[in-house]
Design a protein around this ligand. Sequence first.
Ligand code: ADP
Ligand code: ADP
Length: 227
Amino acid sequence: RVAVSLRDVSKQYTGGTWALQGVNMTVREGEFISLLGPSGCGKSTVLRTVAGLQTATAGSVEILGSSVNAIKERPGEIAFVFQEPTLMPWRSVLANVGLPLELMGVPRVERRERSLQMLEMVGLQSVANKLPRQLSGGMKMRVSIARALVSKPKLLMLDEPFAALDEITRQRLHEELLKLWERFGMTVLFVTHNVFEAVYLSSRVIVMQSNPGRIRTELKVSAAYPR
Ligand code: ADP
Ligand code: ADP
């Protein structure tokens, strides 16, 4: 089944830049896709368009069998992780993780239980009651990933999530992300300009180029990780 489909998608920003021109992309359920390319080639634009955070100038975008607009009415099905973890500073780690469930109207006790479970999966149950500023960059990223997955989304999108982290932390998070992907079976769209990261993590790499932003080629990857 198809998770994400882009047909002839173009995007022109106010100011005139054609960030995307004629992008076609089909992602099947359960795939781990990396969008790879130099800065400015439109990777983030693809992700934001799929997430419904902005609209395409032309073309059609379908997610999980619905239009982008329809998916907005189904909270919890798609999740987004940004490079800078956007945690609420005055809320505990636990409350940050539970936020998507709160928006979905999940009762408090269940919220707490599921958030704790998710924190355990990323090895952070011991800091559940701390505030975000008390955590390292890698821990904050783990909290962001836990928050993204707490609603068991079908589609997870990450925009250069590990770019700001040191090499060791990044490698650990690669392994954790792969384990979570196996465990949850969700579709992943991962944006990076790091070739190693793209090839190591994904089952398929979509390579983009700029001016205008478009797809240059695709690579099937036989990855080291069993899948
Ligand atoms: P990336 O980290 O993917 O390279 P950018 O640094 O290009 O992202 O963009 C960071 C933010 O700035 C994004 O929210 C993007 O929408 C915005 N942005 C990027 N380029 C421009 C621009 N030329 N005019 C206005 N906003 C921009
Ligand atoms: P990437 O993620 O590959 O770095 P982006 O999707 O952020 O690329 O940007 C693609 C192009 O669109 C770039 O030329 C960038 O400057 C431009 N751009 C991105 N966001 C905006 C924005 N909000 N307003 C104007 N131009 C933008």
